[in-house]
Write a protein that binds this ligand. Structure first.
Ligand code: DIR
Ligand code: MN
Ligand code: MN
Ligand code: MN
Length: 305
């Protein structure tokens, strides 16, 4: 079993600097060796480490969308790298960077595994379209582009064709969803387990219900896209858009443990770790980076016994 690790130093999908240093910080904390210690063959693909040369000299807003050409170019490049590894049958681990990168990771994995399903752990739905977005930040929009929703058919994103269907997407952890996004989730019938459902049913039942929805026969490859702001800010403080009332440390890890157990995990993203937002507090920094690493270890088979 081989895991390919792609660190993507990118922050262009949102406004706060520092998230581009997420990958380097997790690497310095020892992520790669930790995975070798779990008996994985670890290959590090450095091609996405610095993609600043892809930033165009001029990148005016398209409607409300900010840095659209830069985000698109980085995701197009990432998609090709991810596709290569996924087609070799490797588990593709992408460390962000902001969550706009999911256009690249899922753009790539869906080429290798067209029938895959997505488990999206996040406080946010990240499904704004160019028409519904308030912020214009593309990290709030990747799923709209992957699903091919209204307004996403832009020439600047022509490399990305719709590669996901609403029935193969499920959310866990939502608690900060925009009005326009709520309409989209309803209209498309997208299954979402907000923190209300986590409280009501418990994380164990929520993960089973999520799997039953997107993977009823347990035969589809699973792409886990994990925004660390899905965790409670007391667990993962160093992130750009923290929202109170999130997943506990154990709830967050249980999702990963259960998905490992299925034997179906083909890709994992760990997004939005921003070392700069620890506000110089070494404990906040270490805590967030450590939890990023331990989520990955759980997803790759670390058990408590
Ligand atoms: C908000 C925030 N829905 C937006 N999204 C965030 O900007 O579209 N995603 N923070 O992680
Ligand atoms: Mn988020
Ligand atoms: Mn298109
Ligand atoms: Mn996100």
């Amino acid at each position: 079993k081989t895991v390919s690790i792609l660190g993507v130093a990118f922050s262009g999908g949102q406004a706060k600097g520092g998230v581009e240093n997420g990958p380097q910080t997790l690497a310095e904390f020892g992520l790669h060796q930790q995975l070798r210690d779990l008996d994985w063959n670890v290959t590090v693909d450095a091609r996405c480490q610095d993609l600043t040369h892809l930033q165009p000299l001029s990148d005016p807003d398209i409607g409300k969308l900010k840095k659209p050409r830069y985000v698109s170019a980085v995701c197009e490049y990432l998609a090709n790298v991810v596709e290569e590894h996924a087609k070799r049958g490797e588990l593709v681990l992408t460390i962000g960077g902001d969550h706009s990168l999911a256009m690249g990771t899922l753009g790539g994995t869906t080429r290798a595994h067209p029938d895959l399903c997505v488990i999206w752990v996040d406080a946010h739905a990240d499904i704004n379209t160019p028409l519904t977005t308030d912020s214009g930040n593309l990290h709030g929009c990747p799923l709209a582009f992957l699903l091919g929703l209204e307004g996403t058919d832009l020439p600047e994103f022509s490399w990305l064709s719709p590669c996901l269907t609403p029935d193969r997407l499920v959310y866990i952890g939502l608690r900060d969803v925009d009005q326009g996004e709520k309409r989209i989730l309803k209209q498309l019938g997208i299954k979402a387990f907000s923190m209300t459902e986590v409280d009501r049913y418990g994380i164990g039942q929520v993960v089973e219900m999520a799997l039953d929805h997107v993977n009823p026969n347990r035969d589809r490859p699973i792409h886990l896209s994990y925004d660390v702001d899905g965790l409670d800010p007391s667990v993962a403080p160093a992130t750009g858009t923290p929202v109170r009332g999130g997943l506990t440390f154990r709830e967050g890890h249980y999702i990963c443990e259960r998905l490992h157990e299925t034997g179906l995990l083909c890709a994992m993203d760990v997004m939005e770790v921003n070392p700069a937002l620890a506000h110089g507090d070494i404990h906040q920094l270490t805590q967030t980076v450590a939890v990023g690493c331990s989520l990955v270890r759980s997803a790759l088979g670390e058990t408590l016994l």
